[in-house]
Design a binder for this molecule. Structure first.
Ligand code: NDP
Length: 501
C-alpha cells in the first residue's frame, strides 16, 4: 500500500519508513521501522558490545574514534550532499555542520582519558589511613534520541562523548532524517566492525518511547520541550537517568556602544541560518534606543538580500518539517494582529516549503512570537533603554539556552547576567563550535551538558574508592575508638579548621 506523500513528510509504508526531500519530494531512502522487541534486542546486543568497547581502554577507543573522524573528514562532501537532500539545508551549511561535528569527535577522543581516567585524590583528617581514588565508569549502553535540524552535529554531541567515555550507543534519529543517521552508523561500522558498538533503530516517536523503556543506562534526548517531558516520564518508569537538550528562544542584546555592522551580520546569521531552524538560533533582538534605528535599517537592508531556494547558492533552504510552517505563520499573524509590524516579509513571506526573511517590530512581549519557539527565519526587534533593560526582558522567558551580546565595553558583564547556558559576546552561536565548552540550557531548555569535560562526565558514573594504606592511628569511624582518640580528633579539628581564615 502506498500512502499519499507530501514532500518532506516521512511516511511508513508496510513497516518501512520512507524519507523524502522537503524541497523536491524525491525519495532519499527507506528504512525498516523497529518494533519494541527489536529495540530491546538492539540494546541487549549493545550491552555485550559495551563490555568489549570498554575493555579497549581509553587508548583503544581514542584510536578508533580518530579513525572515524578521519573517515568523516574524507567523505565530508558525500555526507553534506545527503544532509542537503534529506533536510533541505544548502550543502555549504551542511559542510559547516559536519565540520563542527568532526571537531567534537576528535576532542572527545583525545580528552577522555584526561577527564575520566582514574586518579588519586586528597584524603582527609578523619580517615587519614585511607587513600582515596576517583574513577568515571561508563553506563554501559546510552540511548540517543535526536532531532532533524542538525542531524549530524546534534546527535554526535551525545554519541561521540558517550562512545569516548566507553559506552555503546543505540541511536534513534528523527523520522525526518533517517538516511543521515544510517550513514553515520554505517560509517562507524566500517571503522569498528568487530562489535555493534553504535546501532540505529528507526521509526517515529513510539520507537523513541521504546528506547526510553529498554533498560539503557542513560537516555540522551535532544528535541522539543514537549517531547522532552514525555521522555522524562517514560524514563521515570525505570528510573533511567536522562539528559534533556530542548528548545530555546534566544535573545541578542545590542548595546549602544556595539559595532553595528558586526551585530547585524551576526544577528542575521544567528537568526536565519538553516532557515531559523536552530535550537540556539537568535529569535528576539533587544536594541538600545540610541542605535535602534540605525541597527534596524542595516538589518532590513541586509536581510532583504538573503536568497532562499533549494539551489546551491541559496543562503537558506526550505522549512524541513512542513508542519512547522503553520507554527511560523501563526506567530507572524499573531504578532501583526496584536499591533506589531513586519518591516520585512510578513504573512506573504510564507511560501511553502519556503519562508522568506521576516523582521517584526513593535511586537508585544507577551505575544507568541516573543514567548514561544518559532523555528523559522523570523526576528522580533525591540527598542529598549539600554543593556540592563535588555537583560531583564531577555531573561523573562521560560527558556534559557543560548544568547548573544554586542557591546564594546559591557559584553562580559551582560553575558554573565543572561539567564542561559551559553552566551556569545560580539558573535552568535560561536560557543557551539568550541568542543571544550559545555553545551546545554536551563529552565524549559533542559538540563545536563553535552560537549567538553562536562559532556564527557555526563556519560559516565563517578565511582569513589577508598583503600586502607596503614593501620588507623586514631580510629574515628569505628567502635574501637577511645575517649582519648576522640579528644585528639577534637584538638586536631580545631587546629585545622578553627581559624576564621
Ligand atoms: P521532537 O521533540 O519532535 O523530536 C525529537 C526526537 O524525539 C525525534 O527523534 C522524535 O522522533 C522523538 N520522539 C518523538 N516523540 C517521542 C516520544 N514520545 N518518546 C521518545 N521520543 C520521541 O523535536 P524535533 O525533531 O522537531 O526537533 C526540533 C526541536 O529540537 C526544537 O525544539 C529544537 O530547539 C530542539 N533542539 C535542541 C537542541 C539542543 O541541543 N538544545 C539542538 C537541536 C534541536 P520522530 O521525529 O520520529 O517523531
Amino acid at each position: 500500500m502506498t500512502a499519499t506523500r507530501t514532500p518532506g513528510v516521512p511516511v511508513v509504508e508496510d513497516g518501512v519508513l520512507v524519507s523524502t526531500s522537503p524541497a523536491t519530494g524525491d525519495e532519499v531512502g527507506r528504512f525498516p521501522v523497529a518494533s519494541a522487541a527489536e529495540v530491546d534486542a538492539a540494546v541487549a546486543r549493545a550491552r555485550t558490545a559495551s563490555s568489549w568497547w570498554a575493555s579497549l581502554g581509553f587508548d583503544g577507543r581514542r584510536e578508533r574514534l580518530l579513525r572515524y573522524r578521519s573517515l568523516l573528514a574524507n567523505r565530508l562532501a558525500e555526507l553534506a550532499d545527503l544532509v542537503h537532500r534529506e533536510g533541505g539545508k544548502p550543502a555549504a551549511e551542511a559542510v559547516v555542520e559536519v565540520t563542527a561535528a568532526i571537531d567534537h569527535v576528535a576532542w572527545a577522543a583525545r580528552h577522555a582519558r584526561r577527564v575520566l581516567g582514574p586518579r588519586r585524590v586528597r584524603g582527609s583528617l578523619l580517615v587519614a589511613e585511607h587513600a582515596a581514588y576517583l574513577e568515571y565508569q561508563p553506563y554501559g549502553v546510552i540511548g540517543v534520541i535526536g532531532p532533524w535540524n542538525y542531524p549530524v552535529f546534534t546527535p554526535m554531541g551525545s554519541i561521540a562523548y558517550a562512545l569516548a567515555a566507553g559506552n555503546a550507543v543505540v541511536f534513534k534519529p528523527s523520522e525526518y532524517t533517517p538516511a543521515v543517521g544510517q550513514w553515520l552508523v554505517d560509517r562507524f561500522a566500517e571503522v569498528v566492525p568487530e562489535q555493534p558498538v553504535l546501532q540505529i533503530v528507526h521509526g517515529t516517536g513510539e520507537v523513541g518511547g521504546a528506547l526510553c523503556r529498554s533498560g539503557v543506562g542513560k537516555l540522551a534526548f535532544t528535541g522539543s520541550t514537549a517531547t522532552g517531558k514525555k521522555v522524562m516520564a517514560a524514563c521515570a518508569e525505570t528510573l533511567t537517568p536522562v539528559l534533556v537538550e530542548c528548545g530555546g528562544k534566544d535573545a541578542m542584546i545590542v548595546e549602544a556602544d556595539a559595532d553595528l555592522d558586526a551585530a547585524v551580520s551576526a544577528c542575521l546569521w544567528g537568526g536565519m541560518t538553516n532557515a531559523g531552524q536552530t535550537c540556539i538560533g537568535i529569535e528576539r533582538v533587544y536594541v538600545a534606543e540610541r542605535v535602534y534605528d540605525d541597527f534596524l535599517g542595516k538589518l532590513v537592508e541586509r536581510a532583504a538580500k538573503l536568497t532562499v531556494s533549494d539551489g546551491e547558492d541559496a543562503d537558506f533552504g526550505p522549512i524541513t518539517m512542513p508542519g512547522q510552517i503553520d507554527v511560523i505563520r501563526r506567530h507572524i499573524d499573531d504578532a501583526i494582529a496584536r499591533g506589531g509590524r513586519a518591516v520585512l516579509g510578513g504573512p506573504d513571506a510564507v511560501q511553502p516549503p519556503y519562508v522568506k526573511p521576516t523582521i517584526l517590530v513593535d511586537v508585544p512581549e507577551d505575544s507568541v512570537a516573543v514567548r514561544e519557539e518559532t523555528f523559522g527565519p523570523t526576528l522580533t526587534v525591540t527598542r529598549v533603554r539600554d543593556g540592563d533593560e535588555a537583560v531583564e526582558r531577555a531573561n523573562a522567558s521560560v527558556y534559557g539556552l543560548g544568547g548573544s551580546v554586542f557591546s564594546r565595553s559591557r559584553g562580559m558583564e551582560l553575558a554573565r547576567r543572561l539567564r542561559s547556558g551559553m552566551t556569545a559576546v560580539n558573535g552568535a552561536l560561536s560557543f557551539a563550535g568550541v568542543p571544550s565548552l559545555p553545551f546545554g540550557g536551563i529552565g524549559d531548555s533542559g538540563f545536563g551538558r553535552i560537549h567538553g569535560e562536562d559532556g564527557l562526565r555526563e556519560f559516565a558514573r563517578a565511582k569513589a574508592i577508598t583503600r586502607r594504606r596503614m593501620p588507623s592511628p586514631l580510629p574515628a569511624m569505628s567502635f574501637d575508638r577511645s575517649p582519648k582518640a576522640v579528644a585528639m580528633i577534637a584538638r586536631a579539628v580545631r587546629l585545622v579548621h578553627g581559624r576564621s581564615r
